[in-house]
Design a protein around this ligand. Structure first.
Ligand code: HEC
Ligand code: HEC
Ligand code: HEC
Ligand code: HEC
Ligand code: HEC
Length: 203
């Protein structure tokens, strides 16, 4: 089965995926963002703006001096034509949100931090695939294909900061990115192999 057949099958099947699609579409339609806070590249919470879903989240989450600098909050969803909000990517919170339950999507970019991700790579990336077509991603950069199911988008991209880490990345840096991560993986694999083999020197 080739990659696209796999992706298609995967997109069509899977309850988690259906659930996500539902959550994200439903929430996007309910969003009633304030136009004045959405047509700028920098989102800055405004306290009086209670109906803005971004503002609701930003009451508790303050990034980079209370600003979301990334591109997304000034874009509209290609699926609904509605402004993209926090909820478009993270979904809605539950009553026990502050207690760290599994409700919002948690993107886990650092695959070497030793922590078990709450959501699988597929679950994380499915959020992005809802708006970013695999074909288009491949046109932009072939390496999107080989990683689509295996590496979180957030391992390379950073969406909250003003500049996405991959924006205008130079060829040299790009190669370093690949070599660093694959080198580290290789080193860990070798380490594990070594640990598995009983040491002959010890006898
Ligand atoms: C386009 C998708 C997208 C949107 C929109 C978005 N986020 Fe995120 N969020 C991410 C990703 C991906 C990460 C992982 C870190 C990164 O890549 O920057 C993240 C990380 C986080 C984190 C973890 C802490 C951190 O800083 O790493 C919190 C909390 C969060 N987002 C809340 C929000 C809130 C609140 C909003 C709205 C103001 C929002 N997000 C909008 C994708 C998004
Ligand atoms: C009443 C305060 C409050 C509100 C409102 C709130 N959050 Fe949170 N959020 C928290 C706290 C506290 C945590 C830390 C819980 C934990 O993981 O232990 C958290 C955790 C998170 C995380 C995981 C952070 C990480 O480092 O992994 C994300 C993502 C997130 N919230 C997104 C949102 C989004 C999106 C909204 C709006 C729909 C929102 N939050 C609204 C308080 C809030
Ligand atoms: C609700 C729709 C939607 C979701 C969900 C979404 N995006 Fe986007 N994204 C867009 C739109 C619209 C743009 C701007 C037009 C474009 O570049 O395609 C964009 C732009 C981008 C860009 C270019 C950023 C820049 O600074 O120029 C990157 C990278 C990106 N998205 C990655 C992601 C990742 C990774 C995720 C998942 C964590 C994600 N997006 C989720 C709609 C979305
Ligand atoms: C191995 C690192 C890596 C991973 C993983 C990755 N990307 Fe990228 N992505 C890049 C690089 C590098 C570029 C810039 C290509 C260029 O224009 O030179 C890029 C470009 C993009 C763009 C185009 C941005 C623009 O300026 O138009 C989008 C959208 C995007 N990626 C989304 C995603 C999504 C969604 C995922 C997860 C499914 C993902 N990427 C996973 C490295 C990665
Ligand atoms: C942050 C870590 C990370 C970065 C950065 C990264 N990769 Fe990967 N790459 C992975 C992981 C994880 C896999 C899946 C490996 C597996 O399943 O054994 C993978 C798989 C691949 C594969 C498929 C190999 C196979 O056996 O399936 C290729 C080819 C590849 N990466 C090339 C690249 C290139 C080119 C770059 C730089 C543009 C890059 N990678 C950047 C982590 C990374």
């Amino acid at each position: 089965m080739n990659f696209y057949a796999m992706l298609k099958k995967w997109l069509l099947a899977g309850t988690a995926i259906t659930l996500f699609a539902f959550t994200f579409n439903a929430t996007a339609d309910n969003a009633t963002p304030n136009a004045s806070s959405n047509n700028t590249l920098t989102y800055q919470p405004q306290l009086e703006n209670q109906r803005d879903p971004n503002q609701y989240c930003a009451k508790c989450h303050k990034f980079n001096n209370q600003q979301f600098h990334g591109t997304h909050l000034s874009q509209v969803s290609p699926n609904t034509g509605k402004p993209i909000t926090c909820v478009s990517c993270h979904g809605k919170i539950s009553e026990d949100h502050r207690r760290g339950v599994k409700d919002v999507m948690r993107f886990h970019g650092d695959i070497f931090d030793g922590k078990k991700p709450m959501y699988t790579v597929q679950e994380q990336n499915q959020v992005c695939f809802a708006c970013h077509q695999p074909e288009k991603l491949r046109e932009k950069f072939w390496a999107h294909d080989v990683h689509a199911m295996k590496l979180p988008c957030a391992s390379c991209h950073t969406l909250h900061p003003e500049h996405d880490a991959m924006q205008d990345i130079q060829p040299k840096q790009r190669v370093k990115l690949c070599v660093d991560c694959h080198g580290k993986q290789q080193a860990i694999r070798e380490e594990k192999e070594k640990a598995k083999q009983p040491s002959k020197d010890a006898q």
